[in-house]
Write a protein that binds this ligand. Structure first.
Ligand code: IPD
Ligand code: CA
Ligand code: CA
Length: 298
């Protein structure tokens, strides 16, 4: 299997050291167990989220003093600078808090040349996602491909949704405003299955490494998506909004796939938003009536 000398890369060699140190801290907290607090609704936070964001902030300042940092737990530093790290110190907090071993550290670097308007996206240039439970390090730099523990990765070659394994996630705030359960149902009926594993960054890394054919979600934040988006693109996949239009960091819609099934996915989103071609399933009341009829006829 071919590998690439780390010296060919500009940012990931230093960033991956930070992500691995951060991941090791997460693993320690995971093993010892932590108290959970509520940020709102069922949006959980733990001492691990805050401690590890501080650690990453400190380390990034040491190795990239000229870069800005935007972290989920409140870090906002140097946002006028030409490079900005989006940091999710613990993606998958709900899993973490329940002892469910699916979570990661996610760090994505955006280049924002002088003159980039505040509402405009720059270019994603580097990505590091580290899963400390599997010791899996996903890295990418623009134009250099995507890598898992130093070996190149590529999206899957699957050509149709009907032969695909896909994934999604659900918000932990304003849950009643999300229509995603309808999409979950429709994708379940049209694919090999839908996984809801609880870490958007790992979902994207899994699309990049061919373990999943696609991932979609409503209302994610840049710290969830930045690294994973670059990984999928560098692994040969596609990332858009639900209409197939350009993905923007604040677009609140992400559809990532191996590229081959992307047209089929956007057509399904079109149909669903228009209320067309939906697969019927019984309501619970209809199911109960069918069950009662079966019992009565025995
Ligand atoms: C969450 C995870 C989850 C996704 C949620 C995110 P957090 O991030 O990525 O998979 O469904 O929308 O908020 O809160 O664990 O960092
Ligand atoms: Ca997250
Ligand atoms: Ca988080």
């Amino acid at each position: 299997m071919s590998t690439k000398a780390t010296s060919a890369f500009q940012w990931t060699p230093k960033a991956q050291v930070i992500a691995k140190e951060a991941g090791a801290r997460l693993r320690e907290f995971f093993e010892q167990g932590v108290e959970t607090e509520y940020k709102g609704d069922v949006d959980l936070v733990t001492v691990a989220d805050r401690t590890v964001e501080k650690l990453i902030h400190t380390r990034l300042k040491e190795v990239f003093p000229e870069h800005g940092i935007y972290g989920e737990e409140g870090t906002r530093e140097g946002l006028e600078r030409a490079y900005r790290w989006y940091v999710d110190p613990l993606d998958g907090t709900t899993n973490f808090a329940h002892g469910f071993p699916q979570f990661c550290v996610s760090m994505g670097l955006e280049h924002r040349p002088p003159g980039t308007a505040p509402e405009q996206d720059g270019t994603l240039v580097a990505a590091v996602i580290y899963d400390p439970m599997r010791d899996e390090l996903f890295t990418a730099e623009r134009g250099q491909g995507a890598w898992l523990n130093g070996k190149p990765i590529h999206v899957s070659a699957t050509q149709v949704l009907g032969e695909s394994l896909v994934s999604t996630g659900f918000p932990s705030r304003k849950r009643h405003a999300s229509p995603n359960i309808h999409f979950y149902q429709e994708f379940t009926l049209r694919s090999h299955g839908v996984r809801r594993a609880g870490s958007a960054a790992l979902d994207l890394a899994f699309v990049a490494s061919g373990r999943l054919e696609a991932f979609w979600e409503f209302n994610l934040n840049p710290w969830d998506t930045t690294a994973g988006v670059l990984l999928v693109e560098e692994a040969g996949g596609s990332v858009t909004d639900f209409t197939g239009g350009t993905f923007a960091l604040d677009s609140h819609e992400i559809l990532a796939s191996n590229g081959h099934i992307h047209g089929e996915l956007t057509a399904l989103f079109d149909d669903m938003f228009a209320g067309r071609n939906l697969e019927p399933i019984p309501t619970p009341a209809e199911y109960a009536a069918q069950r009662a009829a079966r019992e009565a006829s025995k």
